[in-house]
Design a protein around this ligand. Structure first.
Ligand SMILES: [Zn+2]
Length: 396
């Protein structure tokens, strides 16, 4: 009998978690919503909604406030997310910089720090730079009565997500096989998640950017490499080997150069900053290339035209493969291409099915160079919305 009781309890707990998740997702999407509207949208009973919202208010996840609307000044009690008392720490470990942020639950950055780590090598040296910042942010959160829900960490892929281990990332010496999640969990005594940095960029949009109202999006990040993250029906898609949406490795040039992935003619072989500069006719930086283009230098102009043609082709392929509501562009290269986005949009629209022309949306990343670290925090927020009880009571 005891076993049955335990199972029943576990089952009820699971149902409750599911219901809370549904309610939190509706509140997040609507930003401000009444209890009656939550009942309409979720199909849950008024008794359930009344109990769950009461609990969520007590836990400090959501809060009540009054609005006055219409000519008669009708007062309504609305519900929305409470930015306090919970906090999230986001870490972005890049190949040449690290960034750490402390955010509130709604993605507002309360503290942030960025450091150049190009001269450092391997996990020990880089974690030694990160640790004091994380500890300072933990203290800061505690001092204001906040509780850090967890740490989200963005790293160059590929990785074994189940084990929390990084697997031979290109141009990232010393990290192969490193048990990053375990190490961070132990050092900071907080629940920790790791995620591919292209995926965190997509998750930043999903939760805190354009994705709040757009459930199908593809994020393309361009810099020293080219990565992609796909959100479909609000969920990040991973594929069999964690290699989903490796847009940088789509074949784009027949008989092109060999690529680190084993293929040749990949978009990365022509679309990264170093590849662009290589065929620019002498420019050493993107700023220099931009200047040469403005001055009408024929080689630089040709180089930029080709770069945009490759990007156009890549975006067409992305629309054909994923049928997203939006393609969002970001990364360190993007500021040099953003002047051309209107033209790019028009060119892509001319090459898609006529009935979707007006629906083709190509936009700029919401968080600029902090996209990945905001996304690292968004990983924890996403866990809270998917499994609120597990996330809230995961004490370590
Ligand atoms: Zn490749």
């Amino acid at each position: 009998m005891k076993v049955i009781n335990t199972n029943k309890q576990a089952y009820l707990q699971q149902v409750k978690q599911q219901n809370i998740s549904t309610v939190l997702n509706v509140i997040w999407e609507q930003q401000s919503i009444s209890r009656v509207e939550i009942i309409e949208k979720t199909g849950l009973t008024s008794g359930t909604i009344s109990n769950l919202t009461k609990e969520l208010i007590q836990l400090g996840i959501i809060r009540e406030y009054e609005t006055v609307s219409g000519a008669v000044g009708r007062r309504r009690i609305m519900l929305g997310f409470n930015p306090d008392p919970y906090r999230i720490i986001g870490i972005d470990i890049g190949r040449s910089t690290i960034e750490v942020v402390l955010t509130d639950l709604t993605g507002n950055v309360l503290l942030s720090v960025e450091e150049n780590t190009a001269h450092l090598r391997g996990p020990d040296q880089i974690l030694a730079v990160i640790a004091p910042h994380v500890n300072r942010m933990k203290e800061k959160a505690a001092a204001s009565g906040g509780r850090v829900l967890g740490i989200g960490t963005a790293v160059p892929g590929p990785m074994d997500l189940e084990k929390g281990i990084i697997l031979s990332p290109p141009n990232f010496p010393g990290w192969d096989g490193y048990p990053l999640r375990e190490e961070l969990t132990e050092r900071f005594s907080l629940p920790t998640h790791i995620e591919d940095d292209s995926c965190t960029c997509a998750l930043a949009e999903r939760w805190y950017g354009v994705g709040r109202n757009s459930r199908d999006l593809v994020f393309i990040t361009m810099g020293m490499g080219i990565g992609g993250g796909v959100v479909t029906n609000g969920e990040l898609v991973r594929g069999t080997n964690g290699l989903y949406a490796q847009v940088g490795h789509m074949s784009i040039v027949p008989r092109g150069e060999t690529c680190v992935c084993g293929n040749y003619g990949c978009w990365e072989t022509v679309g990264t900053i170093q590849a662009i500069l290589k065929r620019s006719g002498g420019a050493r930086t993107m700023d220099e290339l931009k200047r040469l283009v403005r001055e009408g230098n024929p080689e630089a102009t040709r180089c930029m035209e080709d770069t945009l043609a490759y990007l156009e082709m890549a975006i067409i392929n992305v629309f054909a493969m994923y049928d997203p509501e939006q393609v969002v562009l970001g990364g360190r290269l993007y500021p040099y291409l953003s002047d051309y986005i209107v033209e790019l949009r028009q060119r892509v629209r001319q090459r898609t099915f006529s009935f979707v022309k007006d629906r083709v949306q190509i936009t700029s990343a919401t968080f600029g160079t902090s996209q990945s670290v905001i996304g690292a925090a968004a990983v924890v927020f996403g866990k809270l919305l998917a499994a609120p009880l597990d996330t809230l009571f995961d004490e370590r």
